[in-house]
Design a protein around this ligand. Structure first.
Ligand SMILES: Nc1nc2c(ncn2[C@@H]2O[C@H](COP(=O)(O)OP(=O)(O)O)[C@@H](O)[C@H]2O)c(=O)[nH]1
Ligand SMILES: [Mg+2]
Length: 461
């Protein structure tokens, strides 16, 4: 009798909101009763926390969720909150919590949720953050997931394509390849063949004089080496091309552990922004921190285009409103540049205003030098291969403004003027460092003269 009385006395205390009495109830296994009482004291933070713990222990995520939503958003740990949100179907809130935690597991969970929601590009970015924190045992599996999403997004077309394969594929799209292929396959060596070759070389834009010289040499060699079929000419032609392209090949310089600034020049439409996007993607994929600087302030569309590339590549971007002073955008980027391995600066190339253009580019350079006296590491001139030799005249204006360290030759896919690479590099005395072979994020490649010539003259079309 006495025992019964004592118990109810305790319950009475609990019902008044006495914390110790409630804890005792829980200890005695009367969890339902405790919950019933605690539900009435949700305004008391201490009791609210006890109720929350009870719900979590019982797996009653929906009730726990109600407490978080209506009483205290900081209840429990971020991990618990993420789990609760996920269980009750609040995926966006779950993602937010997982991203805040930022561990390998939580980023993986966030990536999975984003993917389930069809937000593949965002999922990709989160998975790419996760893989940097991945324990070795999980890395391979996550890389497969990443590659799979990239394929779905059309960012990579094939799994683990080697660089050589990629270059081959890119060059296969150049039209001269087909032309040389036809001429050099199983033909008799005669005047007609030499005429066709000369014509093809001129159309490929190697320059009329160079074309004539090459064919003259070929004629002499054919007699000297007693060559009867066109296949025998191919090797000589390769040698000639390679000789003409000697010193035309260069590699992009990157100083590990430093802020590297790359400045991009070129007329509108040459492919600056696209090249920057592709390069940003390449470097962020290698784990580098990349900042894009939208100093083409002439059109707002140019800034938007760069922003899209920033999103795709996971690079950061500095931008201002349309019409802002380009040098001021560069100033802002430079003041943040210490935190980055690479700053890629996009510029406007309005050639019809030659003098102002030159002034503008020099001003940009001097702003860079205020912060980094030895930058830019690369000043890259972007030229459109479909313009062929005509681009040389444009290029000279940019050369007048600044010292160019390398050429990026874009749109080599689908042009028949790729031969212009020879006069371009010779006349400008600047090596070609990169070639663009498509509009995709992966369609930028180092320029390899040997491979270039090999592919150009290969008869397998
Ligand atoms: N086929 C092909 N198109 C390209 C390549 N590089 C750029 N483009 C396209 O050329 C156009 C102009 O490029 P953009 O980067 O905007 O030039 P910008 O004005 O110099 O910044 C766009 O439609 C690009 O998609 C390339 O290597 N191949
Ligand atoms: Mg642009």
């Amino acid at each position: 009798m006495v025992f019964f009385w004592k118990k109810s006395q305790e319950e009475k205390l609990a019902e008044k909101g006495d914390k110790n009495a409630i804890l005792k109830l829980i200890q005695q296994g009367k969890r339902e009763k405790a919950i019933e009482i605690l539900e009435k004291f949700k305004d008391n933070p201490e009791l609210l926390r006890i109720l929350y713990d009870l719900y979590m222990q019982e797996g009653k995520y929906y009730y726990a969720y109600q407490l978080i939503e209506h009483y205290d958003r900081s209840l429990g740990t971020a991990q618990e909150r993420a789990l609760i949100y996920e269980r009750v179907g609040e995926r966006e809130k779950a993602i937010e919590e997982y991203l805040k935690i930022g561990s390998f597991e939580s980023l993986s969970s966030a990536g999975n949720l984003l993917y389930q929601m069809g937000k593949k590009e965002e999922a990709l970015k989160v998975f790419e953050r996760a893989i940097k924190l991945s324990p070795p045992s999980k890395k391979e599996e996550l890389q497969k997931t990443i590659d799979g999403i990239k394929q779905e997004l059309g960012i990579i077309k094939q799994e683990k394509e080697s660089l050589i394969d990629k270059i081959r594929k890119g060059l296969q799209k150049t039209k001269e390849k087909a032309l040389f292929g036809i001429i050099l396959r199983g033909r008799k060596v005669d005047d007609e063949l030499f005429e066709e070759l000369e014509e093809t070389l001129i159309r490929a834009d190697v320059g009329a004089k160079t074309a004539i010289d090459i064919v003259e040499d070929l004629k002499k060699e054919a007699i000297k080496r007693n060559i009867k079929t066109s296949d025998g000419l191919r090797d000589i032609l390769k040698e000639k091309f390679l000789l003409l392209l000697s010193n035309c090949e260069g590699r992009i310089e990157f100083k590990e552990g430093h802020t590297n600034v790359y400045l991009f020049l070129g007329v509108n439409g040459s492919g600056k922004t696209t090249t920057i996007g592709k390069l940003a993607y390449k470097f962020t994929s290698e784990g580098k921190r990349v900042l894009l600087c939208a100093a083409d302030t002439f059109r707002s569309a140019a800034v938007e285009q760069l922003e899209i590339w920033a999103q795709r590549s996971g690079a950061h971007i500095v931008k201002k409103e349309e019409g802002a002073d380009p040098a001021s955008v560069v100033y802002e980027a430079m003041s943040k540049a210490d935190n980055y391995d690479l700053v890629l600066i996009d510029t406007a190339g309005r050639l019809h205003t030659k003098e102002p253009l030159i002034r503008e580019l020099r001003k940009i350079k001097s702003v860079i030098n205020k912060f980094y006296p030895n930058e830019p590491t690369e000043t890259l001139l972007v030229l459109d291969a479909t313009v062929g030799q005509n681009s040389i005249a444009q290029a000279k204006v940019f050369k007048e403004a600044l010292d160019i360290t390398g050429i990026v030759l874009t749109k080599l896919d689908g042009t028949a003027k790729g031969g212009a690479i020879i006069p371009i590099c010779k006349e400008l005395k600047v090596p070609v460092k990169l070639i663009g072979v498509g509009e995709g994020i992966d369609d930028l490649q180092p320029f390899d003269a040997k491979l270039f010539v090999e592919e150009l003259l290969s008869v397998e079309v």
